[in-house]
Design a protein around this ligand. Sequence first.
Ligand SMILES: *Cc1c(COP(=O)(O)O)cnc(C)c1O
Length: 358
Amino acid sequence: MERVYNFAAGPAALPLPVLETAQKEMLCYGSTGMSVMEMSHRSKMYLEIFDRAQQAFRRVMNVPDQYKVLFLQGGATGQFAAIPLNLLKTRADYADTGNFAHGAMVEAQKYGEVRCVTSSREDNYTFIPALDKDMLSPDADYVHITTNNTIFGTRYSAIPDTGSVPLVADMSSNILSEKVDVSRFGVIYAGAQKNIGPAGLTVVVVREDLLGHARKDCPKIFDWQKQADADSMLNTPSCYPIYIAGLCFEWLESLGGVEAIEEVNKEKAALLYDLIDNSRLYKNAVRPDCRSRMNVPFVTGDADKDALFVKEAAKAGLVNIKGHRLVGGMRASIYNAMPIEGVKALCEFMKKFEAENA
Ligand SMILES: *Cc1c(COP(=O)(O)O)cnc(C)c1O
């Protein structure tokens, strides 16, 4: 069977060259005579794979020296709890810009005083509400944002200035898709299964001065300081996803890094939004200045037509394009691994479907 264009929101498509390398190395990695999945995480060979992935991530993300990079488990959702467990002393401020942003805030409320400083929930999260320095509590331990809202298809077009309050960002669905000045953030975290690699790995980038403040009852696997001291190996890490993620980082470098893929990502998103804006059939509900480049939701306004679209698209090899139940319609997730050819194929299909169904 031929490979399809997979528009899934996550776990999402991986770069074909990465899968091919993994296939080649599947049974015997290098001269070890075994698969990466079978190696001890303490073995010399595996530690080399681990370090190589760490170094490649630091290069593609341009991580400054005073930040630790942790390769953890538990997903972004695990970090929803780990963040207050590591940082919350007095109070924390949250921007409520989507379902995951809301979930992060609700989880933090279990651990202390949490304030929702800005929200677009009443408008079904169709835009990113303003977040200014003077809206923040002066004594906040941190402010939390979600840089790309996967379900609603919104994105911060500029990183808010939070002054001296550390900025903590869930970048699960747009990390490595565009240039980011890491030094603007206290903590950046992401589940791997959108734009990094396979599910099972969670990347946490944390500024060193924010380490060592965890509550006493913080589970040790969520304690960033303890994980940093143990090189992310307090327990068995997600060995195989880390190996694949390392291949993905090197693949990204081979294309020219984040700077180069950002241009492709802009072009991919523009193809879809231009088509939607010039169509009589498709609509995107997001305020134009807040549109995501990674997740493009659209509807026809007719549930039966939406269902037909999803069915016919799958027949044409364009799969997993059904929208999230909170938005309905369709959603094309077009992360780094989605080639522009896939987006062009989707555009052709959308035009044909419109001609037949508008
Ligand atoms: C997918 C996603 C999550 C949840 O990630 P898990 O790794 O499944 O916990 C959280 N935040 C955002 C922005 C996401 O896209």
